[in-house]
Design a binder for this molecule. Structure first.
Ligand SMILES: NC(=O)c1ccc[n+]([C@@H]2O[C@H](COP(=O)([O-])OP(=O)(O)OC[C@H]3O[C@@H](n4cnc5c(N)ncnc54)[C@H](O)[C@@H]3O)[C@@H](O)[C@H]2O)c1
Length: 258
């Protein structure tokens, strides 16, 4: 699994312009690196500038096409739209959008005020819609595209401790299906990805206690933790022309969680 030379190469991704939100760390970082390894032109947005610099430096050292990074707080839709306009003036168009950024900060039922509800929806759902809205005209102009929205299995399994996050992740699957039928006539495909427990740096730092890991492994058919790179491989496939007939779908990647 670690031997990248044995991973798929998608010739259709070479030179494609791919926008990734939340690409400076976690699953998004793995997605940025995976597209760069396919020689795609990656543009990524995040708020962690130092982490983004490290990602770019690693790709540069490896000799890949240098990604373009912009600091952008996706909860600020006006600023995000401005950033997208600026980006679109630099590139001939966009082929792929990966709506990856999210925030799973724990919150109890009781502490959710109307303001916190809005903040959590802004962090997890709202930007996915407005990013898609901003990119679709460019994809139409290119004759098609692929949009991949990061959901989660959290709304399917019995999960507790993040009720608003879970509501947002369920909504993403509904939005995916609505958009797929809105833009299918333009040859734009829209799918979502539903990861299980993925071993990111943040998960490791904040939530991955020995007890939680034991619970995850008991739930999964595969008795090992699933890695961000494995999610990235599914995203590559959905972005490539090899998945040209796939739209309106949601793909679970969770090691067989029950
Ligand atoms: N890790 C998991 O186990 C898991 C499971 C299911 C779904 N997911 C989903 O996968 C996606 C990535 O999760 P992750 O675990 O890699 O998270 P992460 O926290 O490790 O990384 C998220 C990235 O998004 C960026 N980001 C967050 N809010 C932002 C904002 N307002 N503006 C710009 N950038 C912002 C962060 O700075 C970070 O670089 C999320 O949508 C998450 O809900 C993750």
């Amino acid at each position: 699994m670690k031997d990248e030379s044995r991973s798929a190469v998608y010739p259709s991704l070479e030179g494609r312009v791919v926008v990734v939100t939340g690409g400076a760390s976690g699953i998004g970082e793995a997605i940025v690196e995976a597209f760069a390894a396919q020689d795609a032109q990656v543009v990524f947005l995040d708020i962690q500038d130092d982490a983004a610099d490290q990602v770019m430096e690693r790709i540069r050292r490896r000799g890949g096409r240098t990604p373009f990074y912009r600091h952008c707080d996706l909860t600020d839709i006006v600023a995000t739209q401005r950033t997208i306009r600026e980006m679109l003036s630099l590139y001939p168009g966009v082929d792929v959008l990966v709506n990856n950024a999210g925030n799973d900060t724990r919150h109890t039922l009781e502490e959710v005020t109307p303001e916190i509800w809005d903040q959590l929806m802004a962090a997890n759902l709202k930007h996915q819609f407005f990013m898609a809205q901003a990119m679709i005209p460019s994809m139409r102009g290119r004759g098609g595209g692929s949009l991949i929205n990061m959901s989660s299995i959290s709304w399917v399994i019995p999960s507790t401790g993040v009720p608003v996050y879970v509501a947002a992740k369920a909504a993403i699957v509904g939005m995916t299906r609505a958009l797929a039928h809105t833009v299918g006539k333009d040859n734009i495909r829209v799918n979502s990805v539903m990861p299980g427990a993925i071993l990111t740096e943040r998960q490791r730092r904040l939530w991955l206690t020995r007890e939680y890991q034991a619970e995850v492994l008991a739930r999964q058919a595969l008795k090992r933790m699933i890695l961000p790179e494995e999610v990235a491989k599914l995203v590559l496939f959905l972005a490539s022309d090899d998945s040209s007939a796939i739209t309106n779908q949601s793909y679970v990647i969770d090691g067989g969680w029950i």
